[in-house]
Design a protein. Sequence first.
Length: 166
Amino acid sequence: MEIIQAKPSELIEILYLLKVCILDMNKKGLKHWNSTNPDSERMQQSLDSGFIYLAKDNGVCKGMVTLNDLEPDDYKQVDFPSGRKKPMYLQNMVVHPKWQGQGIAKQLIEFAQKLAREKGFDSIRMDVFKPSEDARQLCEKQSFKEVASFLAAYQKIPYICYEKQL
């Protein structure tokens, strides 16, 4: 398994992966992602900016994550207690349903931590939809601390914010 920065030519592959993962999440009752969130325009911008990383095995895309220093709008209502000044934001992490449970999400988080340290970030911040028990357990196993929650404009169920100091 290798984790590589996505190329602009991989947009269709990324959108397909998201679609498959969104359908899987929706079947499991997790309806926080849909055809408009995350949207293709935002994914194109992230791709063009070099923020998307793919987990590939023999050329097969098994997962992805977006890593950047752009604070999500929803985080503006959150008071992160650590006071860290240079956080990296981990977003849009998905693993194809066929390959879930094989440690790929863990590898993506470990990659994010390594990249964050190399680039001089002092923490990683992410959020998880509260009903996503598996994702929340993954955060805790990776030593992320639950620090806050927020309600997105389009949701009535909160997101839990996690932070890991580096």
